[in-house]
Write a protein that binds this ligand. Structure first.
Ligand SMILES: C[S@@+](CC[C@H](N)C(=O)[O-])C[C@H]1O[C@@H](n2cnc3c(N)ncnc32)[C@H](O)[C@@H]1O
Length: 252
């Protein structure tokens, strides 16, 4: 089926990483993928379409409170994103409607990410993607809640490594030291495995050099990572509609 994710508002630019996970999933047994943080479903629509097109048995769970929160303030109050507040009450309905073409290829879990983690057996998940907040404590809590759930050789990864050094970057570094890979602004850790084992799949779906072009990372962000002693960020993937249109047959 044709990709339609670009018709959905959101924050998503790691197409090649999601495609690589689908490519790496075995064809002869089932897999479990989980996305934490869906908003209106832009990234989930992409992954669900890739899963549908792969004909692999990948059970895809999408977790979000769908209450419009951006993150929770220290006093416990939710901090809402600064726009689209009018749809706050109907966010889940908007997500469901947006994902109707792939309704058979995902299961929504409308709850807090920690609550969702408790529903999965330890060692039962192949891939967890974290795209919830840019709050150090909450990213750390998500990593700690989900890490035991992942199979040996499975992946825990997420968005905003490059853009959020003091929260996402610091939480990832605090957990894994420097044992993670950075790709397209995201962080990727293979549990009990080789972080570079994704390279072949990434190459097959979209060579990184073609995806990002020259390194455009911000010097300020680089200095923050240097201060942490963590690996320097790479450049976020620029919007390359002409490439993505060819690669993923995107409808604009
Ligand atoms: C940056 S948005 C996700 C963007 C999305 N991946 C896309 O493609 O546009 C973050 C989402 O995480 C959700 N979220 C944040 N903290 C959460 C938590 N603790 N439990 C459940 N959902 C959470 C918010 O409701 C929000 O919809």
């Amino acid at each position: 089926m044709e990709h339609f994710y670009r018709t959905i508002q959101g924050w998503f630019d790691w197409e090649q990483v999601y495609s690589a996970f689908v490519e790496m999933a075995p064809a002869d047994r089932s897999s479990v993928f989980v996305e934490l943080g869906a908003w209106k479903g832009r990234s989930a629509a992409f992954l669900a379409t890739e899963i549908a097109n792969s004909s692999k048995d990948i059970k895809f769970y999408v977790v979000d409170g769908w209450d419009g929160r951006g993150h929770v303030n220290p006093d416990g109050t939710p901090e809402y994103f600064g726009y689209d507040l009018d749809i706050k009450a109907g966010l889940f309905e908007t997500f469901t409607k947006n994902l109707s073409p792939v309704a058979d290829h995902y299961t929504p879990l409308r709850m807090d990410t920690a609550e969702a983690a408790a529903k999965f057996e330890d060692g039962s998940v192949d891939m967890v993607w974290i795209d919830t907040t840019q709050d150090y404590d909450m990213v750390l809590a998500d990593i700690q809640a989900w890490l035991p759930k992942i199979k040996s050789g499975g992946w825990i990864a997420g968005h905003d490594y490059t853009s959020a050094p003091q929260s996402v970057g610091a939480a990832v570094h605090a957990t894994f030291g420097n044992n993670f890979k950075i790709h397209a602004g995201c962080w990727l850790h293979c549990v009990n495995g080789d972080n570079n084992s994704i390279d072949t799949a990434l190459k097959n779906v979209l060579p990184f050099s073609q995806a990002v072009g020259p390194d455009q990372s911000n010097a300020y962000l680089r200095s923050k990572y240097a201060a942490l002693g963590a690996p320097a960020p790479d450049a976020p993937t620029p919007d390359r509609p002409e490439y993505l249109r060819g690669k993923y047959a995107v409808k604009f």
